[in-house]
Design a protein around this ligand. Structure first.
Ligand code: FAD
Length: 518
């Protein structure tokens, strides 16, 4: 059984960077294309199939180039992700051979196997000075090189693929044959007119096979595709797979069997989830930014402010949130180093008893597997709780919050810190569309409930959906029998006053359970 490690399994041709990102990516004689992801991020789950397919597609390009992964949601990796400048997921970076610094990674974008594979070739070609020693020459072969090939090389064969300049097939086949002995593959491009004329090439691509014994023949692979060429060349007599030593998988593994299952009642809100949301957002998500300033710092300060004001937190956490806010407010016009922020978060000066738990401990948000639910679930829960509590506190006349205070703080947090960047873009679009229409504290509760249901609808059936917790329009009739009303045409509509009543009851102080708190 393959061992699960984040989203990827041990039987894939991928290297895990867990615990050794620096030693693998820097000073290596190979190039590396790394995907930094978060296992809770739905877009990363959707992208997983592409990344796995790319890894299989270029597995024979090892050890010139390796594909690798790091799960930034795994707390033991979060410092590494920050060191490599990762601020959103998924992030792909290419490290040339002998890269020296964590900042040497070049951002790669693209969401198809085809475009990513082409980018690998482009990046490999850029390394003219110090290419990975295992990488075959990718530049077109010159006439003198061709003439003297067998004098200078011990190979049995040379395959030459004539192609248009913009084609990649010649280089792809060259890399596909990297692990094979007895043959070299080179390309000739259309503007090398001397060679095109000499071999009377009129259509592209066309291949020729040169043998040590002096024979030259047209390659007839059946169809002019990468796989046809590769298969044919691999089957030539005397061509065989060499014994390259490859780096394998070495991941800190999730042992599903050891995962503690916490029993949850879906009609409750768990303080353990709310505290986990705060721990992960303040320590891990904010921690991706070494320096906090300007709008980002303001967003952090607003986030801490609404949490400190409206979350019915345990007393020591409340104390901590208050001192954190006071500390931030004094610095909103300056630059803050995360290290200093973290010292306050960890109550380093210990003037008073103040503490934020320092681990993820999901109960109502625990998924059926570690990569499901968790943080994003707890973040929604936290913000619903805050919108409801702001309204409840105003009713009790303890405070007079501005109607959009919580939602604006949420918008700022999501925009500047939420690691799932595509989620953040969707949310920002919803906020731009209609946040300004929110005029009362109850409308804020309703706005967030409605937008969350829109997200649920969009994500129903998606790869990020935990099969044990399908995305539904919420609250379900089981949770609130009076919230959904069936019309004559069987369409479901909402009974707004009952939904509001339910939201206020569900996200009330009294409905918070403290099971599993540490
Ligand atoms: P969640 O949807 O996270 O819900 C958490 C809990 O809130 C539920 O268990 C339920 O108790 C309660 N709840 C459910 N619906 C409502 C509601 N309408 N009102 C009040 N409470 C409710 N993932 C993507 O793949 N693509 C995205 O674009 C995306 N955008 C996101 C934007 C934001 C701001 C956030 C916080 C998350 C986003 N996510 C996105 C993640 C996704 O919405 C879920 O959080 C994640 O898939 C985990 O789902 P879940 O089943 O735990 O329930």
């Amino acid at each position: 059984v393959p061992v699960q490690a984040g989203l990827y399994s041990a039987d894939e041709p991928l290297v895990s960077l867990a615990g050794s990102a620096r030693s693998l990516l820097l000073g290596s004689s190979s190039s590396w294309l790394a995907e930094f992801y978060a296992s809770w991020c739905g877009h990363c789950r959707n992208f997983k199939e592409t990344w796995s397919a790319l890894a299989r597609d270029v597995q024979d390009w090892r050890p010139a180039v390796y594909l690798c992964v790091l799960d930034c949601a795994e707390e033991s990796n979060s410092e590494t992700c920050s060191e490599f400048g990762i601020t959103g997921y998924p992030s792909m970076k290419f490290f040339k051979a002998f890269a020296e610094k964590t900042s040497d990674g070049v951002r790669v974008s693209g969401y198809t196997v085809d475009s990513l594979r082409k980018q690998i070739i482009d990046r490999l070609e850029e390394q003219k000075e110090s290419p990975p020693p295992a990488c075959p020459p990718l530049e077109p072969i010159s006439t003198p090189e061709l003439d003297q090939f067998f004098e200078n090389n011990s190979e049995e064969y040379l395959a030459v693929i004539f192609e248009e300049n913009k084609m990649y097939m010649g280089r792809e086949v060259a890399l596909d044959m990297l692990q094979f002995e007895g043959i070299s593959v080179r390309r000739v491009v259309k503007d090398q007119t001397d060679l095109i004329e000499k071999f009377k090439v009129s259509s592209f691509p066309t291949g020729f096979l040169f043998s040590k014994n002096g024979s030259v023949s047209r390659i007839d692979p059946g169809e002019e595709t990468r796989s046809s060429y590769t298969n044919l060349l691999r089957s030539l007599p005397g061509v065989k797979r060499a014994n390259h030593r490859l780096i394998g998988w070495s991941e800190k593994t999730h042992d599903d069997e050891n995962t503690v299952i916490r029993k949850a009642d879906n009609s409750k809100v768990y303080m353990a989830d709310l505290e986990s949301a705060l721990h992960y957002s303040l320590r891990v998500e904010v921690g991706r930014f070494h320096v906090l300033e300007g709008e980002r710092l303001k967003a952090l300060s607003n986030f801490v402010n609404v949490v400190r004001k409206y979350l019915p937190a345990r007393p020591y956490l409340r104390t901590l949130l208050n001192s954190l806010y006071v500390w931030l407010r004094a610095r909103t016009r300056t630059k803050v180093l995360f290290d200093d922020f973290e010292d306050v978060l960890n109550n380093k000066n210990m003037d008073q008893k103040a503490v934020l738990s320092s681990e993820e401990n999901y109960v109502g948000c625990q998924g059926s597997k570690p990569e499901f639910r968790g943080f994003p679930c707890s973040l929604w829960t936290l913000f619903h709780m805050l919108t409801v509590q702001a309204s409840e506190m105003a009713t009790q006349r303890t405070v007079k919050p501005a109607p959009r205070e919580v939602l604006s703080a949420m918008r700022g947090y999501v925009k500047y810190f939420f690691g799932c960047r595509e989620c953040a873009e969707h949310f920002e679009r919803m906020a731009q569309e209609s946040l300004r229409t929110v005029r009362t504290l109850d409308e804020a509760i309703k706005w967030l409930w409605e937008r969350h249901n829109r997200v649920n609808k969009r994500l129903a059936g998606a790869a990020s959906e935990d099969p044990d917790f399908p995305k539904v329009q919420w609250p379900t009739p089981e949770l609130c029998p009076l919230c959904q009303v069936k019309t004559e045409s069987e369409l479901v509509t909402w009974d707004d006053p009952n939904v509001m009543h339910f939201m206020k009851t569900h996200f009330s102080k009294d409905n918070i359970a403290d099971a599993y708190l540490v």
